[in-house]
Design a protein around this ligand. Structure first.
Ligand SMILES: NC(=O)c1ccc[n+]([C@@H]2O[C@H](COP(=O)([O-])OP(=O)(O)OC[C@H]3O[C@@H](n4cnc5c(N)ncnc54)[C@H](O)[C@@H]3O)[C@@H](O)[C@H]2O)c1
Ligand SMILES: [Zn+2]
Length: 381
């Protein structure tokens, strides 16, 4: 397996593209690449309490040994720390260590570090460059690409943030060796999403490779990251600011985010999205937008990746519905859903919106029967 490169080229005047390096050992050339991508007086390497000792300290040493000034900043791990408070603490720490305008941020970690450190970079001294160095499968296939940064608030997920495209992304698949099985599965959810919205062939390949993927086979993982990044790079390149087409990537996320919020983030983002995709496929079938049988197919795929496909016991549909109301996707009171036409094909919606307003009673009807979300012909053991 070798290192591949995908370029994200935004269709916007005055915005340059950026490279995404993917493969085993891809961080090896960082000492030489960094000064070219982001010439800086100092590099602020941000990571969380798990990733810093595993990979951050060694990377910082490697960069310092090549004469670069690197300051390390550790944040607490977990979605519950992707907050304005943590943004404030991190910003203060950068200021206290004399990180100036001519610095760059290295975001080394999962999607939480990527979103938080990315948001610090977007706002610090009115914006400094960020290099995304994802260390979870979810961040490699999805979160590190596309320039969305931000934090959560008590009202909901990602409600405060900014678009701040990285100057480069380096997805070193060797770093996945230390990742837990549950977090590996979370990444598979977003990869399945890419197949479900845009690429039937990718969906079939991922299904066929599921055994190797779940066993963390290096070659299978590198191929997965590459295809997902190609798909995401295409979509966000054509629609960097989510005016239309990019909305398709929100498939599974309206109910997914609601699940995360009502459970107080007890359920991981990728796992919530997996269940959200099953439920939203059912919403689409109810509306007659999604071909019948699609939800069962989504359920089978999600289940094959060891991800949740049924609502947890005792989750109140009304509370879940209420939690969708704070989603950014809400418009004139009706919450917008990105839906499928079928497996491998996103629904373009009306007049290029790539999402549709869904009445509450449809969502409630789906949630109330969600116990029957079992893929056809399979028992729910
Ligand atoms: N910006 C975007 O476009 C975008 C897209 C999708 C998801 N997201 C966001 O990403 C977040 C979820 O990201 P995540 O699933 O990566 O979670 P995460 O960042 O919380 O990482 C999961 C856990 O794995 C640990 N970890 C990370 N890398 C590791 C490694 N190599 N070895 C061992 N442990 C490691 C972390 O410390 C953490 O405990 C959510 O906040 C979600 O909203 C953002
Ligand atoms: Zn997501």
């Amino acid at each position: 397996v070798s290192v591949a490169e995908v370029c994200v080229v935004p269709a916007l005047a005055g915005q340059g593209g950026y490279p995404v390096r993917i493969g085993p050992g891809a961080t090896g050339t960082l000492p030489g690449d960094l000064p070219a991508w982001a010439p800086a007086h100092a590099y602020a390497l941000v990571s969380d309490e798990h990733v810093m000792p595993l990979h951050g300290v060694a990377l910082a040493e490697r960069l310092r040994s090549r004469g670069l000034r690197v300051e390390t900043f550790e944040i607490r791990a977990g979605e519950e720390h992707k907050t304005r408070a943590e943004w404030g603490r991190l910003t203060d720490a950068l200021l206290a260590r004399g990180i100036g305008r001519d610095s760059a941020v290295l975001a080394l970690g999962g999607g939480v570090v990527g979103d938080l450190a990315g948001f610090v970079a977007a706002t610090y001294m009115r914006g400094v460059p960020v290099i995304q160095i994802p260390t979870t499968l979810l961040a490699m296939v999805d979160a590190s690409v596309g320039g969305k940064t931000g934090v959560d608030t008590p009202a909901g997920k990602n409600l405060v943030g900014a678009f701040h495209a990285p100057v480069a992304v380096v997805a070193d698949t060797d770093l996945l060796a230390s990742l837990s099985a549950a977090h590996l599965r979370a990444g598979l959810a977003e990869a399945l999403k890419h197949g479900l919205v845009a690429d039937t062939g990718y969906l079939h390949r991922t299904e066929a490779e599921m055994g190797r993927l779940l066993a963390a086979d290096a070659e299978a993982l590198a191929a997965l990251v590459l295809r997902s990044v190609e798909i995401k790079a295409g979509v966000v390149g054509r629609d960097p600011h989510e005016r239309g087409e990019r909305r398709m990537l929100n498939f599974g996320h309206t109910l997914g985010h609601a699940l995360e919020t009502v459970t107080g983030y007890a359920i991981q983002h990728g796992h919530a999205v997996a269940l959200g995709m099953v439920l939203e496929a059912q919403v689409g079938e109810w509306l007659g937008v999604t071909r019948p049988g699609t939800a069962a197919r989504v359920g089978t795929l999600v289940r094959s990746a060891g991800l949740p496909y049924r609502l947890p016991e005792g989750l109140d549909p009304e509370r879940l519905l209420a939690a969708t109301k704070h989603d950014k996707k809400a418009r004139r009171g009706l919450v917008e859903y990105a839906l499928l036409r079928g497996p491998g094909e996103a629904d373009p919606g009306e007049s290029g919106r790539w999402s549709r307003p869904v009445p509450d009673h449809v969502v409630l009807a789906v949630l109330e029967t969600a116990g029957s979300a079992t893929p056809s012909g399979e028992s729910d053991s």
